[in-house]
Design a protein around this ligand. Structure first.
Ligand code: NAD
Length: 457
């Protein structure tokens, strides 16, 4: 153990609980156990492995409200969001419970024999989770990894360990054998780094900041570990003049305020065709004013607090403390205890402004006009990131053209959806490497083995 850590409720600043943080020794022991139980887990018949994952999904479902309430207290997520997040873990497990029996290889025509491929587990997979969506992001890693026959060690973020710890307990309750899925709460610089340097870890599935992801990829190169990296974003919401402006403006607030903007897919840049700019802004301001910010446990709340005091300072640094930026308007938020920050819309003076270029990860959106389709695409792509984006237009041809032209992994037309467990998710450019979820996620957790059988007499 490396000491204790107080888990703080970001809406009240009160201590929720104090947990022990594990060190390198416990991490090594958990990895050794994951190696030891690997062969038995891999040999569980496909039908039985599927059954165990379905049972795990059922146990999560039976504890959905408990998990949701835990997330409200630990991460300040609104209770509605937290219920969706726990339900997402259940759904990901249920979706991938069908995978063990469908982990198909191929039969490839060759001369003189039979050629078949097998999808085999990698071994020990390490999952490293950020604080912004502790439950879903954990599930996107451990669900398909376990389905493919791997054993898993998982590290939640220091600030938000509680739901992951509980999910580890629920796995045991569901009958997942001890050591197959182990949650290790600890520091990134201790447990996380050990995952990446440990010779027996075959893959690191990391979600977090681009800078930490880059370091993980560098270190992983030493042992040629496989990596999946889900990193930052600076996604654009592009509103064309022919769009349903009422709908575009009404939906824009939650596209950057959901989870208080602490969302890698946040549409933190809005591009509006110049001739409808003012018309959009008027409607948008009214929609933001209607967003209720406050106690996340209240069913009517749409946005809660930021995760920590330090993070609120980081968000503030984009718009306050002598920063030369035009604030278009701000919403309201509670005073007093809790790390609150009001919804804020700014008008950058140039595409070089920090608030236009860097990920804020808070309830701050930058809005800019564009002249035509080409200008919209150029501005949307003028970023190091490429995770998500939205396109609002009634012109089907334009919707498809722009969706194909924007360099990002997850685009939505006339909506802001990014994540479905049944469709692939991941980023272009500095938003990451690899895809999670959807029908192909198993490829990222398996090796392909080719076997040739000579059939000549
Ligand atoms: P972070 O990079 O600071 O931490 C993420 C995780 O990595 C934590 O568990 C942390 O303890 C661990 N870690 C830190 N240093 C490490 C190291 N040297 N070795 C191994 N592990 C280490 O990120 P964060 O602040 O927790 O999360 C916010 C970031 O995550 C944002 O940039 C956001 O865009 C990104 N994010 C991306 C996605 C996506 O799917 N693309 C989803 C959610 C969040």
């Amino acid at each position: 153990m490396t000491g204790t850590h107080d888990v703080i409720n970001p809406a009240t600043e009160g201590v929720v609980t104090t947990i022990e943080q594990v060190g390198v020794e416990e991490t090594d022991a958990a990895i050794a156990k994951a190696v030891a139980v690997g062969p038995a887990w891999r040999d569980v018949t496909p039908a039985d492995r599927g059954r165990l994952l379905r049972r795990f999904a059922d146990v999560v479902d039976a504890h959905l409200e408990e998990l949701a309430q835990l997330e409200v207290r630990n991460a300040g997520h609104t209770v509605g969001n937290a219920r969706w997040e726990a339900g997402n873990v259940r759904d990901v497990l249920a979706y991938y419970s069908a995978a063990p029996e469908r982990l198909f290889g191929r039969q490839i025509p060759v001369a003189g024999g039979l050629d078949v491929t097998f999808k085999e587990p990698l071994g020990v997979v390490a999952v490293i989770v950020p604080w912004n969506f502790p439950m879903p992001i954990a599930g996107w890693g451990f669900g398909p990894a376990l389905a493919a026959g791997n054993t898993v060690v998982l590290k939640p973020a220091e600030l938000t360990p509680l739901t992951a710890i509980r999910l580890g307990e629920l796995a045991l309750e569901a009958g997942i054998p001890d050591g197959v899925f182990t949650v290790l709460a600890g520091k990134g610089s201790v447990v996380g780094e050990r995952f990446v340097t440990h010779p027996d870890v075959r893959k690191v599935c990391f979600t977090g900041s681009t800078v930490v992801g880059q370091g993980i990829m560098r270190t992983a190169a030493d042992s040629l570990k496989r990596v999946t990296l889900e990193l930052g974003g600076k996604s654009a919401n592009i509103v064309f003049a022919d769009a349903d402006l009422d709908k575009a403006a009404a939906s824009a607030p939650m596209s950057f305020l959901d989870n208080a903007g602490q969302d890698c897919c946040a549409r933190s840049r809005i591009l509006v065709e110049r001739r409808v700019f003012d018309a959009f802004m008027g409607r948008f301001e009214a929609a933001v004013a209607a967003v209720s910010v406050g106690d996340p446990a209240d069913e009517a709340t749409a946005m809660g607090p930021l995760i920590s005091a330090g993070h609120r300072d980081a968000v503030r640094s984009f718009v306050e403390d002598g920063v030369d930026v035009d604030v278009a308007f701000r919403g309201s938020c509670p005073d007093g205890l809790g790390w609150w920050y009001p919804p804020t819309a700014v008008l950058p003076r140039s595409v070089d402004d920090r608030v236009w270029r860097e990920e804020v990860f808070g309830p701050v959106v930058a809005v800019m006009p564009f002249d035509d389709e080409a200008d919209a695409i150029a501005k949307a792509n003028d970023t190091a990131y490429g995770l998500s984006g939205s396109i609002w237009t009634r012109d089907v041809g334009r919707a498809i053209r722009v969706a194909r032209a924007v360099e990002a992994g997850n685009l939505s037309v006339n909506s802001h959806s990014s994540v479905r467990y049944s469709t692939p998710f991941g980023g272009y450019k500095r938003s990451g490497i690899g895809r999670e979820l959807g029908p192909d996620a198993l490829d990222a957790f398996t090796e392909t083995k080719n076997v040739y059988v000579d059939t000549t007499d």
